[in-house]
Every structure is written in C-alpha cells, then in structure tokens.
Write a protein of this length. Structure first.
Length: 170
C-alpha cells in the first residue's frame, strides 16, 4: 500500500538535494559554502533514510511509487560520508530490483559509487572525476564488455553517457 506521506518526504528531500547541487553551474567549481551545505543536506538525508529503512525496509515502488523510490536511491547515492550505509543498501536495493520494486540502473550507479568509495574499479562506468581539470570516468573493470553490462541494466552505451557527461560537466 502506498505511503503518501513518505513518498512526499522522499520527493521533497530529493528536490532539496538537487537544489543545492545545481545552484552553481555544472562547469564551475563549488564554493566552500556549497560544499558545506551539501554535506549538511547529505548528512540529514542519510539519517532520515536510515530511519525509513529501519521501519519499512527499502522504499519500494509499491510503498512510495517509482519516482520516490528513485529519490531514495539518490539519497543513498549521495551518502558518501557513510560508505558502510551505502554498502548495506546494496543488498536491499538488489532485493528490490529482483522483486521488480526498483530500477536495475539505480543499482548499477550505487554499485559503482560503492566501488569508487572502496577504491575499486567501477563496473558500469557511471562515476566521473576531474583530475587536473579534465573530466574522465574513474577506472573501469573489463572495459571491453562495458556496454554489454550497461545494456543489461538499462543504461545507454558508454559513449553516449560520456558525451552527455562532457556536455554537462566538461
């Protein structure tokens, strides 16, 4: 049964997350105050999501709707200050994907985020960085089969994603 209050709160929190992150044009470096505000928002969202998961489990499509389930993924994706929490959400999100209650592409992004946090090779090529001011994907395992893996989870070919990333952030 849909929990409209939880759905609305997840969507509100996603909106706030994105408002802070898009305040500065993507091609410009963030001022320190934006980094600090982002940290405050992420810390608060992580605590909120931990309480939601403790009470309800992973916020599934049936519980909060598809858009708010995606919002829950976004909140955990941005919980970089708590890698252990992100790792614990991998299993929950995998179970939700297996039950048709979450998007495989969301799981792919979280897998890559956790791998990067653990200083491992990413699987789907979703995470980028800008060493020396040049936007590039973080190291990827088995790059020859990257597009095959991306297609399996509903992601576009990496060349298309790379082009979009460079248009937005490069």
């Amino acid at each position: 049964m849909l929990d409209a209050g939880l759905r609305d709160e997840l969507l509100r929190r996603m909106e706030r997350d994105q408002e802070v992150r898009t305040r500065v044009p993507l091609s410009e470096p963030w001022p320190e105050e934006v980094h600090e505000e982002c940290w405050v928002v992420d810390t608060d969202n992580t605590a909120f999501l931990k309480s939601v998961i403790a009470e309800h489990g992973w916020p599934s499509h049936d519980l909060v709707g598809e858009q708010a389930a995606h919002a829950a993924w976004l909140l955990v994706q941005h919980a970089d200050q708590d890698l252990e929490f992100q790792k614990s959400c991998l299993r929950l999100l995998q179970n939700a994907v297996d039950a048709g209650q979450a998007k495989p592409s969301d799981l792919a992004y979280l897998i890559d985020r956790v791998h990067v946090g653990e200083k491992r090779l990413q699987v789907y090529g979703t995470q980028y960085h800008s060493p020396d001011g040049i936007l590039m994907p973080r190291p990827i395992e088995d790059p020859e089969r990257l597009d095959e893996r991306r297609a399996q989870v509903g992601l576009e070919p990496h060349a298309d994603y790379d082009r979009t990333m460079r248009e937005l952030y490069g």
